[in-house]
Design a protein around this ligand. Structure first.
Ligand SMILES: *[C@@H]1O[C@H](CO)[C@@H](O)[C@H](O)[C@H]1NC(C)=O
Ligand SMILES: *[C@@H]1O[C@H](CO)[C@@H](O)[C@H](O)[C@H]1NC(C)=O
Length: 165
């Protein structure tokens, strides 16, 4: 009886993750995406914290009828190129600052404080399939007040970069 209890405690401890076990997402990927109210598309992403002309922070978003390239070579050279979007053939818009960073967490404070990540195991629906995932959540605070909350869902994947999908 004693043996059985300690064995079950060990397996409970080793299978429970906490927020600090969150994975680091790759900064370069391509993916089929599901964008609410737009539909299924294909995106290619390269995130650079400090973009340079040699290695820009950039993202291609390709959806039926509309393609967009966000291209940030430097703060002074940051643009969005739109092809076939908003009922016009082309256009270029100025992009202010870097693109969205897809990272867990992606919030940083000048004080050096870091965002707390909370862990949950949940079922979600992904492309119509029910999947059990690791869910990581964190907040963005201004003056100690939560102004935005984020969630990211991941599954472990041995053959994927950083072991995560
Ligand atoms: C952090 O990620 C969320 C979810 O993808 C996004 O909405 C937000 O803009 C990101 N923040 C930054 C600073 O990139
Ligand atoms: C997810 O769904 C499966 C099948 O219904 C269930 O066995 C499992 O406990 C659920 N997981 C969570 C975290 O709710």
């Amino acid at each position: 009886m004693k043996l059985l209890i300690s064995a079950s405690i060990i397996s409970f401890v080793s299978s429970t993750k906490t927020g600090s076990d969150h994975p680091t997402l790759p900064t370069r990927w391509s993916a089929v995406t599901d964008e609410p109210s737009v539909g299924t598309g294909f995106e290619e992403y390269l995130f650079e914290d400090v973009p340079t002309p040699e290695s820009p922070s950039a993202m291609w978003s390709k959806y039926p009828g509309c393609q967009r390239l966000i291209y940030i070579a430097s703060n002074a050279d940051a643009h969005r190129y739109l092809l076939g979007c908003e009922a016009v053939d082309c256009c270029v818009e100025v992009q202010s600052g870097n693109q969205v960073e897809f990272q867990i967490p992606n919030v940083s404070y000048s004080s050096g404080k870091s965002a707390d990540v909370t862990y949950n195991r949940v079922n979600i629906t992904n492309f119509g399939d029910k999947v059990e995932v690791d869910e990581w959540s964190w907040d963005f605070e201004v003056g100690g007040k939560v102004v935005q909350s984020f969630k990211a869902s991941t599954v472990e994947c041995d053959e994927c970069v950083n072991g995560v999908r």
